[in-house]
Design a protein around this ligand. Structure first.
Ligand code: ZN
Length: 518
């Protein structure tokens, strides 16, 4: 999440009003505990695995271009304007693109956005994993989707993750025409919910007996991501699960995880796109082409891209060069050619790695531990955004926000879900306690999440079942002088976190849940 609300003067005034309003609404702060999930399934008896996939578009309707009524020139809408599309139809509610500044009105579609679903079933537990090409999807919206899925679908537990594309519609609210107005188009949000529910129902109908193949490419993707904040720690491993139909040997689909912001197109692009995941998924499914000639065949099926630890902040910013995999041509400026080069480089790594899987199995038991928990909200901008309805999380109050954690195992694989943008050092180790950290403490979130996880192959999903912002190690929290690492001002990050207790609370809870899972 980048660049939130900055009109500070206005904020303080509204904030005071907000506190007055909210002291009464605090009474219902616990009302969404109705949605609490407290689920423990510990299963040791392995049985034949089934998997099913589906992909449904969630592309918004966007005019090809905005036309200025006075000059007939192409135009990026500004606050308070009314607009016509290229056909002269009046439109008053553009699709606001999320991720950089406010007021970025979508001006056409480059590629479809998707709800992509993988379901795994061991005969006892049916897990649905959905990935959405959106910036984030709040926990109350996740609950709505769960309530839309028929009981016949038999889904035990569903995870909805977001790829966090910074080139798609605002579903969180922070990027509307003004920072104090939600950028969420409610009709579009409802459409996304319907499509997610449908994709799960279709994936259930597509369930087949499968072999699962696991592959890992741990270092090849490091050149395609940079860490914009010390310490330099990544989540660079591409981890993959391929599901192969036992009857006909065809690929039903793949789950591919990596950790980076899909923001290679950066903040001036006005075309809706899923950014590099588009080219990655296309490459894995349909193959890699150099011009018109197929260089590397794809493996068919539905490719589902799930993002990992992207906080801290993992990015392919304009300064980071990406080379075309064939010509070697270097791309630095944010262009579709750059996103394509990046997606294809990743797809080539993934396809090569999947030729030599490290594990194959067709029988396993699924165990699962899910908990709802609340985290103190110590961020004035977030509070204000909630008061103004810019951040709309249903009945959640102002002192706390409810969110959700899950850990599960499928045979030799283990999974942990985080509800936001976690700093990779919490996941992989390497938390520092630099001089000048606001609490003068040593690292709290230890051991690392991957050290605590069971199993041989460890998958971490970020932005899963929620988007609560940055999850920052407490010993790296740095909002006050003196600043860490010799900085002369506060680093970027804390303004988009719920507060310094977020990471310790999530880490403690995960630790307990992982003990239960073992
Ligand atoms: Zn982000």
């Amino acid at each position: 999440m980048i660049k939130i609300l900055r009109q500070q003067g206005m904020f303080f005034f509204l904030l005071i009003q907000g506190y007055l309003i909210c002291s009464c609404s605090e009474q219902n702060k616990d009302s969404n505990s109705l949605n609490n999930i407290d689920l423990t399934i510990l299963n040791e008896s392995a049985s034949g695995l089934k998997a099913g996939f589906a992909a449904l578009p969630i592309t918004p309707e966007v005019p090809d271009k905005w036309i200025d009524k006075n000059s007939d020139a192409e135009y990026n809408p500004k606050d308070g304007d009314t607009f016509t599309d290229g056909n002269g139809n009046g439109i008053f509610d553009p699709v606001w693109i999320a991720g950089f500044g406010n007021r970025r009105a979508a001006n056409g579609i480059h590629d479809d956005l998707w709800a992509r679903t993988m379901i795994v079933d061991d005969g006892t537990t049916r897990m649905a994993i959905v990935s959405l090409d959106v910036i984030g999807f709040m926990n109350n919206a996740v609950t709505d989707v769960r309530n839309m899925i028929s009981s016949e679908a038999g889904v035990t537990y569903m995870i909805i993750t977001s790829t966090h594309t910074h080139e798609g519609p605002d579903l969180l609210g922070l990027w509307g025409r003004k920072s104090i107005k939600s950028g969420v188009n409610k009709e579009y949000l409802e459409y996304v919910k319907v499509q997610v529910a449908k994709s799960v129902e279709i994936a259930v109908k597509n369930l087949r007996l499968v072999h699962l193949e696991v592959s890992e490419e741990m270092t090849g993707a490091i050149p395609f991501v940079r860490d914009s904040r010390m310490p330099e720690v990544f989540d660079p491993g591409i981890r993959m699960i391929k599901a192969i139909d036992k009857l006909d040997g065809k690929t039903l689909g793949t789950l591919i995880t990596w950790g980076n912001h899909p923001e290679t197109l950066w903040g001036k692009n006005l075309l809706i796109t899923s950014d590099f995941p588009y080219y990655l998924r296309e490459g894995v499914e349909k193959g890699i082409f150099n011009g018109d000639s197929l260089v590397m065949p794809g493996i068919d099926g539905v490719a589902v891209y799930v993002n990992g630890a992207v906080g801290g902040l993992m990015t392919t910013s304009p300064g980071l060069a990406i080379n075309d995999p064939f010509t070697g041509k270097e791309f630095k400026d944010p262009t579709f050619e750059k996103a394509q080069a990046q997606g294809e480089q990743l797809a080539i790594l993934a396809l090569n790695s999947m030729k030599n899987p490290v594990e194959k199995f067709d029988s396993a038991a699924i165990s699962l531990v899910v908990r709802t928990l609340r985290i103190p909200l110590n961020n004035k901008s977030f509070k204000l955004a909630k008061i103004l309805g810019v951040l709309d999380r249903g009945t959640s109050g102002l002192r706390y926000m409810w969110t959700e954690l899950a850990v599960f195992k499928i045979g030799p694989l283990s999974f942990a879900t985080l509800p936001g943008e976690v700093y990779p050092e919490i996941i992989n180790g390497g938390i520092e306690a630099p001089e000048g950290n606001d609490f003068s403490i040593e690292p709290v979130e230890v051991p690392s999440v991957r050290e605590m996880m069971p199993g041989k192959y460890k998958f971490v999903f970020g932005l899963a079942n929620d988007e609560i912002g940055y999850i920052i190690p407490k010993s790296e929290w740095d909002a006050k002088a003196p600043y860490t690492y010799g900085r002369n001002k506060a680093p970027y990050g804390e303004e988009n976190s719920m507060g310094p207790e977020t990471a310790p609370i999530l880490h403690r809870k995960l630790q307990k849940m992982l003990v239960e899972l073992k």
